[in-house]
Structure formats: C-alpha cells, structure tokens
Design a protein around this ligand. Structure first.
Ligand code: ZN
Length: 128
C-alpha cells in the first residue's frame, strides 16, 4: 500500500501512475473514492484511454481523523485541537524541517518528492 499524507497527494500519485496500456491516469479517471478500515483510501479508476479498471489503495493513517482547516468552525469548539494547531503554527519551520527529516528517516521518498513539487508550484507563482 502507498503512504499518502493528504488526499491531494493521492491524486498526485495517481497522475504519476501508468495504466497497463502505458498512459498515465487522469483525475477524471477516478470513478469513486472509498474509505476502508486500516485506515486506507481506495481510488477506483477506469482508464479513459483503454477502459481497463484498476484500483489504488493508500495508507492514510498519517492524516486520518486529524483536523483540517475546512472544518475550522467545528474544530474551534475543541480546545485540545486548537492548542495543537497553535503549537504547530508557531513552530512552523521547525515542524516542516522535522517532518522532512522524519520522512527521510522512514525512507518515504514519495512524500518529499510531493513536497518538492508543491514548493516548485508555489515558487513558480511568485516569480515576476
Ligand atoms: Zn489504459
């Protein structure tokens, strides 16, 4: 199973995965997304080129059940979660570097590659 650290990364990996016909999957090839015990997230895909069905399973234990900013209103009522968000926000750079170091130590090289692509994406938006 592939480790994913957010749903966006699952789609990022999907678009770097080839169907048996040799073409890369597209976001629009996803028929449905199913949460399973583990916890894992399974993307059921059908190749828009050849029609073959496939599925990609992701281990999502790194972010499953954690608060996200989309659910901020709900999260505001939980002081424990707010404290964790505050701590992670005030120690931003340490958190990022520590996180990268941990991923490297774990040998999870897809995650740093994903972060690198995200950084390049945001840097490209800032260039004059
Ligand atoms: Zn195909």
């Amino acid at each position: 199973m592939i480790n994913a650290h957010c749903v966006d990364q699952e789609y990022w990996i999907l678009q770097r995965t080839k169907c048996e016909c040799g073409l890369f999957y597209k976001k629009t090839d996803v028929l449905r997304q199913e949460l399973q015990d583990g916890p894992s997230d399974v993307l059921f895909v059908q190749c828009s080129n050849c029609g073959r069905a496939n599925k990609l399973a992701f281990n999502i234990s790194s972010f499953f059940g954690k608060p996200d900013f989309a659910s901020f209103e709900k999260v505001c009522k939980d002081k424990d979660i707010i404290w964790k968000l505050f701590v992670s926000d005030s120690l931003k750079m340490e958190s990022v570097i520590g996180y990268l170091r941990r991923l490297a130590d774990d040998g999870d090289f897809l995650a740093p590659q994903y972060i690198e692509a995200a950084c390049q994406h945001f840097i490209s938006k800032k260039q004059p």
